[in-house]
Design a protein around this ligand. Sequence first.
Ligand code: DQA
Length: 137
Amino acid sequence: MKILLIHGPNLNLLGERDKNHYGEITLAELEEQVKTWSTAEILTFQSNHEGELIDFIQQNPADGIIINPGALAHYSYALHDALLDAKISCVEVHLSDTENREDWRKSSVTAAACLAKISGKGTEGYKEALNLLVDAN
Ligand code: DQA
């Protein structure tokens, strides 16, 4: 099984961003952590650019996607369509509790292309996402 683990804008700064929302873990540590939780092949990618995220999804056939789109979740219909067009199971993860922050963070347009949206569980959310993808395949 091959899984894409994708992070969107500003998530390269994990470890430096607001620790109350995102914790202390860096992106590299998070990616390593996720790999220890699964025997699947996990291909990681982060970009601050919407088009690069879409190119990566189009160019890397896989069995499932775990994506934390960052703020793109709240408005990127292009990313929504890329996830849908991949025709594989996707799970959206947010480290922070997006339901209980600013109003604009409550809605996710990309989540409509995913099996589930998990938020507010920190790194544990990624473990849950992996389990959902394994069950779906
Ligand atoms: C985030 C939540 C988004 O609203 C925010 O723009 C991020 C991180 C999260 O992981 O909690 O960049 O996706």
